[in-house]
Design a protein around this ligand. Structure first.
Ligand SMILES: *[C@@H]1O[C@H](CO)[C@@H](O)[C@H](O)[C@H]1NC(C)=O
Ligand SMILES: *[C@@H]1O[C@H](CO)[C@@H](O)[C@H](O)[C@H]1NC(C)=O
Length: 234
């Protein structure tokens, strides 16, 4: 009953899509509802998002409850297809991941989907990076440099199909690098020094490709640690 009244009064705020049946009844009872988008939670309200995710998935709401302000991943590999390159971040230190917050969460009743956006200000990545350059008819060439980059705002959007059977581990996460990073690069040898581009006009493409690979780790580790644990950190 609470569910139905909420929806009718506020037109688009209701809580817990516990069952598809409840959902259908709720919608049928309020013909005046202008939109089938429901935003049950306020921005930054992890508890509310947790209750809604837990009611519509198999995630475990008994989460660890914190994310370290700084942690290390031994090796993180990604590709930048536009640049014909593969990268390995060795001893990747990620800082400020704990500052992310939920900035959007809605269910779309019509498409039977849910969307969760997490904003991450000031994400900081530091690593010793191996760059593997590929080209036709040639052996790969490997370069080595240290990297540190600070990203003013990375925005992670998870699209969950099946609003009442959400599964983070098979859902796509899109990472939007809203601003280019402030970064520092130190080549670890002369070969690398001679190779590294000083032309940064393609940096936006590079960052988009890089974060295409980082998106899942960032979204999943955050959600599983602080909101509801789906059991996959990468
Ligand atoms: C990637 O390789 C292709 C094919 O050799 C080449 O045309 C292209 O310029 C390379 N991309 C970059 C960014 O160098
Ligand atoms: C890259 O350079 C660093 C610093 O000189 C070194 O510790 C590391 O072993 C090098 N890594 C590779 C893959 O060459």
């Amino acid at each position: 009953m609470f569910i139905r009244r909420q929806l009718c009064r506020r037109a688009r705020g209701y809580i817990m899509l516990t069952k598809a049946v409840t959902l259908l009844l709720t919608v049928a009872a309020c013909v005046a509802v202008p939109s089938n988008i429901a935003r049950p939670c306020r921005v930054k309200d992890n508890k509310c998002v947790r209750d809604n995710l837990a009611a519509n998935s198999r995630c475990n709401p008994n989460v660890r409850g914190f994310l370290p302000a700084e942690y290390t991943i031994n090796s993180f590999k990604f590709d930048t297809p536009y640049f014909n390159a593969t990268y390995i971040d060795n001893n990747l230190v990620i800082r400020n991941h704990n500052s992310c917050f939920v900035s959007e969460f809605f269910f779309n009743v019509d498409s039977d989907a849910a969307v969760l956006t997490i904003d991450c200000p000031d994400l900081d990545f530091e690593s010793t990076r191996t760059l593997i350059q590929h080209s036709s008819f040639q052996e790969d060439t490997t370069y080595n440099y240290s990297y540190r980059g600070r990203y003013p705002l990375v925005r992670l959007t998870v699209n969950f199909p099946h609003a009442n059977a959400l599964d983070l581990c098979s859902s796509f996460t899109f990472a939007d690098v809203t601003e280019l990073p402030i970064f520092l690069i130190n080549p670890n040898d002369e070969k690398t020094e001679n190779f590294l581009a000083t032309d940064l006009t393609l940096l936006n493409i590079y960052e988009r490709e890089t974060f295409f690979y980082r998106a899942n780790q960032l979204a999943r580790y955050y959600i599983n640690s602080l909101i509801c644990n789906f059991g996959c950190d990468f």
